[in-house]
Design a protein around this ligand. Sequence first.
Ligand code: GLN
Length: 277
Amino acid sequence: MSVFSSSVPILVTRLRAAGCVFAEDEAQLLVSTAATPDELAAMVERRVAGEPLEYVLGWAEFCGLRVAVAPGVFVPRPRTEFLIQEAVALARRVAGTPVVLDLCCGTGAMGAALAAELERAELHATDLDPAAVRCARRNLGAGHVYEGDLYEPLPASLRGRVDIVIASPPYVPSESVALLPAEARLHEPLVALDGGGDGLDVVRRVIAGAPQWLAPGGHLLVETSERQAAATAETVARAGLAARVASSAELDATAVIGTRPQRRGFSGAAAPAAPPA
Ligand code: GLN
């Protein structure tokens, strides 16, 4: 119970008038996050002016974690929790400490959530945007966060060692960016949203790089849309990975999963005949 609880009904009215659909929830969150009445007033002004709630609060909830979110960094979406559920199931089957790579990491929410679900993990994350890298470093305490384009800043020693690559790269087709909600369109960085003509420019580069970084039997999980899933899966298959599409109607989420084949002799099917006695 906060000292500002009495201001909640007034706040709800203001937020609702400004078009906030979940005005009650937002009012509670603002009141419980602000440390002083002045801070609360400033936060309300920013929200009423249209800034995403997560920028105003300075955090977002993702997979039950409170993740730091800085203005100008892509806000983790509830739908992306689906990709983490899939990744957790695959990572739990890894013998030893799973090596995880979060590409286009933004706030680092995905890597943080996956690591939180595992007993132990070796976590690496990259992002092109210095603001995202700074934010991810706050969220990924023990993880290694590198600034640069996709795999480019990674140490060569990771080649062929990564068990799980997770990525929610920009995948909005350029001409659809204008149709995004104003909060995304006006406040989030275009580089985190715009995926080029068909939306798959960055996705294709994520997929093309994956086979040389994945360990044998390792998995790449990429978030995509239902409409883009078939083309994404085809690209995964052409890169030599076994492709499948997973989706959740409840979370309105689609992920394409590519698995690097096991080394010859390690998988049952490809095992060579026993040597002569
Ligand atoms: N339409 C997606 C969203 O807003 C875009 C996410 C992305 O491009 N990474 O959730």
